[in-house]
Design a protein around this ligand. Sequence first.
Ligand code: DGJ
Length: 719
Amino acid sequence: MSITVTENQFHLRTNSTSYVIHIFRDKYPVHLYWGSRLEDDGDLSYILDTMVADRAAGIHNNYDDIKKLFLSDVPMEFSCMSEGLYRTPTYHAKYADGSTVSDFVYNGYYIEKGKKSLSGLPAVYVEDDSEAETLYITLLDKKSGVKAILSYTVMPEYDVITRSIRYENCGADDVTLLCAKSCTVDFYAPDYELLHMHGDWLREATVEKTKLDHVKVSVESNRGLSSAQQHPFCVLMEKGANEEMGNVYGFSLVYSGSFQIEAEPTSTGLVRMNAGISSFDFGWELSPGESFQAPEVVLVHSDSGLGKMSRTYHNLYRKRLCRGKYRDQERPMLINHWDATGTVYTAERLAEIAKAGAEIGIEMFVMDDGWFGDTGDEIRQLGDWFPDKRKFPNGISSMVESINADGMRFGIWFEPEVVSVDSHLYKEHPDWVMTAPGHDATPMYGQVILDFANPDVREYIIKSISDILDSANVSYVKWDYNRPIIETANQEHKHRAILGLYEVLETLNSKYPDVLFEGCSSGGGRFDPGMLYYMPQTWSSDNQRANVRIGIQYGTSLAYPAITMGAHAGQIPLGLASYNNPLETSAHVAMCGNFGYEMDLAKLSEAEMEQVKDQIKLYKSIRKTVQFGDMYRFGNPFEENRTGVCYCDDDEMVLFTFQSRPQMNGEEWRIKLSCAEIGAKYECDGVVYTGESLKKLGIRISLEHYDYQTRCMVFKKVK
Ligand code: DGJ
């Protein structure tokens, strides 16, 4: 049993963690503990009593009696505008009488085997009820009749706890939800740092650590998408915690729209973590009988630093977030022509690149932007999803057939949520775009956003995509989205649009189970667990420059497994990026994810072609380990010149190393392969090593004097 209930206390246990909730004053669920597993079921509420012991009573606090402790000073599991609330709430609402005060009190609990799906929202799932147990704690605000149902799913084998909240209006009047978060965890965390990721186009997932002194930090996006600017994932790290040591607490929000993850320290040494949909400009009308489901947050604790935390997320997201037939399949290695041609190409030019790829063993050709509409190469007509007759007079099927005949699969690009103002679609349905009443939509590159909250829009998009998928043997769809939402009436509209997007993706998933979908948003601008639920991989970045991409992939790998990270090697400059990294480095960095190429293969020299051929052979031989094995990181590329990544399974360990700047006559570089198995033997380049020596003494990385040096070493287990 993973949930134990004793008087006023719920103890949730995964294989290596415990999470303990107490019902304070018989009314309020408060947080007592989250950390390494406790075997004992003893009452932990003594920790609240001692909170008042050494504090002086005063006007601004009330420490003389535990019974009178302000709720603001108590580690809450749910917080609202009630007695003594001075901190960021989980829930905030405006009632019919104009009041914003609530008092949610404990109204009972129940426990169920398994894990329910969340209506209309992506979420981690189970394949069998034995994999999880779910605790529901119901809170009721008597005055309004609103219920908050807090759910906690415990997945012992996966070592995670997922949380979400459903708000139900069981009262008689309308309620406006101003803030309806998914979870609050309010725990003792002195001297902690918050690791979060920020960035922009071409520099997604930039890792930053912010010391939590005495000021609130809010990691958020209000753009209507999870964004490259801030990432819906944060880690609270105890002082001194690093890749392999220390307590770290991960918060990963399974949502693709505007979000907030807030970390708020208090004068009493608590830190409140709040996560959910952004409450900026939010005001969801909840009529009597209606409910609002907040998205899921996946909580992971590791007592052995970031590495173990990441492996826990990887295992879960690979097996119980991603879905469909590709979940457990090695992903095809692809060539995409975007960096080689942009939108200016002919069918013959694409055939040339595809043919060159087929000859060296690439498995899929992806036709990117520029294949649709009827106005020419430069003015794109997003929304008119029919093949451009000047490029494809008879549709795309004959090109697909010849690509298939060469032994390659075919994939195609769409940007379904955006419409060009020059398109037929926009002219016919100008009212289908997202705007705020009385304001025109602001075009970016002549494009505005379709309103996916509108069922007619959803139907049109499903039909347009289906028409293309039905017209040829298409194996893959790259679903791009290249701009934020500018005008909408409000944040609720953005949420409705995300729900609409999820509905479209769900429909296409079930209609085309054989198609592999890849998410993209100018690279990794919408790389989040919500999208991975519908599309089991995401394009990590448009930046193929190895020494930058290594950081982008490092950040992305904190929460997401290699198999989900589209990562391509590139060499041909196109506009913004100049690729001054060796092709080998670019390839090795990309091999740390779901590998492919972005280049004009038809224009490579013979020597380069040989190099690429060898890379393809190498990746095919290690793909299973990279995509399904465990990942160990050595060093942080945002802080260090030399870094490594190792993937391992029962058969082998694959180690990639990178050094950006050479050190002439440099210091020795050793990596201790913590993933090596004691008792096992490994062979690499003709030398046999014991697992113990690789783990404890390490392996020496031989150095050469060039920039962006890289190595790939494969240690095969001797059987
Ligand atoms: C942005 C993507 O990240 C690129 O890979 C490419 O598909 C372009 N969009 C096409 O417009």
